[in-house]
Design a protein around this ligand. Structure first.
Ligand code: FMN
Length: 155
């Protein structure tokens, strides 16, 4: 798959929107960004990547792109949800830029919240491994910032 090639990134930028707050209950609060293009080149999946905050700080992330099939079947709207590693704080309203670097797995509809929590734990471990080999200062630079919610492909 082209998006698994090392060196290819997808970048999405946008303001962090309030989610269902379920992420907090699961132990994995996420920063949610609406995708303007509901189909597009970037398919659903789970990714390792980096999120850049408004002040330029870059935080490693495990990122979900999709419709949360565990809770919404196939009817949910697509969004980008970034779980920032080793981060605590309120990001609502802040504009984040998210680099998706490695496709980890497809979206799944889990039978229970615990199964989703277990999968998220594995995603975080896989994301940590990827970011260790792909430091934030080695990310490709953006020629121009993409409009909110639009996906830009780099490489
Ligand atoms: C790394 C990661 C992987 C995820 N994978 C899935 C998945 O496979 N299936 C799914 O239904 N939801 C997945 N999610 C989304 C969670 O269902 C969602 O974050 C949770 O329900 C909280 O939603 P909220 O942000 O609206 O509160 C994933 C989220 C993250 C951060």
């Amino acid at each position: 798959m082209a998006d698994e090639r090392d060196g290819t990134f997808f970048v999405v930028r946008g303001p962090v929107e309030p989610g269902d707050k379920r992420g907090r209950e699961l132990g994995f609060p996420t920063a949610n960004i609406a995708l303007r293009d509901q189909r597009g080149e970037l398919g659903d999946g789970v990714w390792a990547g980096w999120a850049e905050r408004a002040d330029g700080a870059r935080v490693a992330a495990a990122v979900s792109v999709g419709r949360r099939p565990t809770y919404y079947g196939a009817d949910g709207y697509r969004l980008v949800e970034a779980f920032l590693l080793d981060f605590e704080g309120d990001l609502y309203g802040e504009r984040l830029t998210v680099w998706l670097g490695k496709h980890l797995r497809e979206q799944q509809g889990f039978g229970s919240a615990q199964e989703l929590i277990d999968a998220l734990g594995r995603d975080v471990a896989a994301a940590r491994e990827w970011v260790a080999g792909h430091p934030a200062d080695a990310l490709p630079t953006l020629a121009a910032l993409p409009p909110d919610g639009e996906v830009q492909r780099l490489g």
